[in-house]
Design a protein. Structure first.
Length: 349
């Protein structure tokens, strides 16, 4: 933990554990958001592989916490090259920089950035990466700091405006409604059973199936996690973590892990057993049952993240564009990254 005193009676501190930050102050700063509170940070700290190091940067003004950022030193692929990176992000959330309402956003962000740069220099990383950016002030700030902006993933959200699942279906196009009804009816005829619970007693099996799905799709998370994540759900955030399993004759066909705080839901981790025929449509039955469950629980919206856009568009999700800001620490390589980013952005236009 290191303190740097700054003008305006502000100070910046770098922490290597959330335990060194008063939990009430941190939770108030992040507005008690899922995936961002002290309990969630504790969960993630105890679920990381050895090569991933967590950091937290805080800004205090007259001993009051007014800004915070979550960072991880990790290694990830950029254009098929694995490089050491400091990633500014919270797992399973687009939020990662927190500034108290009423404070000078750019000033506080500038102080947070000084701490982030210090971490990057200490860890001797190749670049700093800030994914899922959409805040205009933040985008302007990072651009002025010499970051390259790369078109990032589209984030999908279903805003719930219906009293019942039938009302929801009636709001969709005729084609989408017919497709969903057909999938659900087919699932019933095949004997699919869908169960929501907090039970993670089979955590190892769940993680193994999830890892097999990652390998099948050649995908890896920016911040990887170990099997301890599934084992630790019940210990740290049991009341907010659910799993929706799909069974057929007692066999697990697939599941979706989601977070729900009584107000909003975050669909985060899904896995399917691909040894079963596609005709079972386990993935879609799970997806539709999650929507039904959240409508019944009076959820305001469901965040589905950055996957399967065609499916999410069909079920009525809105999509938000995001950018990833990256800055290579060595100026000699920056022009090359800027050129590659330019070509990538043009390709996606």
């Amino acid at each position: 933990m290191k303190d740097t005193v700054l003008p305006h009676t502000m100070s910046v501190t770098i922490h290597d554990s959330i335990a060194t930050i008063p939990s009430k102050e941190w939770d108030d700063l992040v507005d008690h958001m899922m995936c961002c509170t002290s309990a969630w940070m504790n969960l993630f700290e105890h679920s990381l592989p050895r090569h991933v190091t967590p950091y937290y940067v805080t800004v205090l003004h007259n001993d009051h916490l007014i800004g915070g950022a979550v960072c991880y030193k990790t290694k990830r692929k950029f254009w098929n090259i694995r490089i050491p990176v400091v990633a500014i992000m919270c797992l399973f959330s687009e939020e990662k920089i927190f500034i108290k309402e009423g404070e000078d956003y750019t000033l506080v962000l500038s102080h947070l950035h000084e701490g982030i740069e210090e971490i990057a220099k200490k860890e001797k990383v190749f670049m700093i990466s800030v994914p899922y950016l959409s805040h205009e002030t933040a985008l302007k700030f990072f651009k002025e700091k010499g970051y390259t902006l790369i078109r990032g993933a589209l984030l999908t959200r279903l805003n719930i405006e219906w009293e019942t699942f039938e009302d929801y279906l009636r709001s969709l196009s005729r084609k989408a409604k017919k497709s969903i009804r057909h999938t659900i009816n087919q699932g019933r005829r095949r004997g699919l059973v869908l169960e929501h619970s907090h039970d993670f007693s089979d955590a190892d099996n769940l993680f193994n199936l999830y890892r097999a799905n990652l390998e099948r799709h050649n995908y890896e998370h920016t911040i990887p996690f170990s099997s301890e994540l599934f084992q630790n759900f019940e210990r740290y955030v049991k009341d907010q973590v659910y799993i929706l399993r799909c069974f057929c004759e007692g066999d697990l066909l697939g599941y979706w892990i989601y977070f729900f705080d009584g107000n909003c839901a975050n669909m985060v981790l899904s896995a399917i057993d691909y040894t079963y025929p596609r005709e079972y449509d386990a993935y879609f039955n799970i997806c539709y049952d999650a929507v039904r469950e959240m409508i019944e629980k009076r959820c305001r919206f469901i965040d589905f993240g950055a996957t399967t856009y065609e499916v999410k568009g069909r079920i009525g999700c809105t999509m938000k564009e995001t950018m990833t800001a990256v800055r290579v620490m060595n100026p000699l390589f920056r022009k090359g990254v800027q050129l590659v980013a330019f070509l990538w952005n043009k390709r996606l236009e």
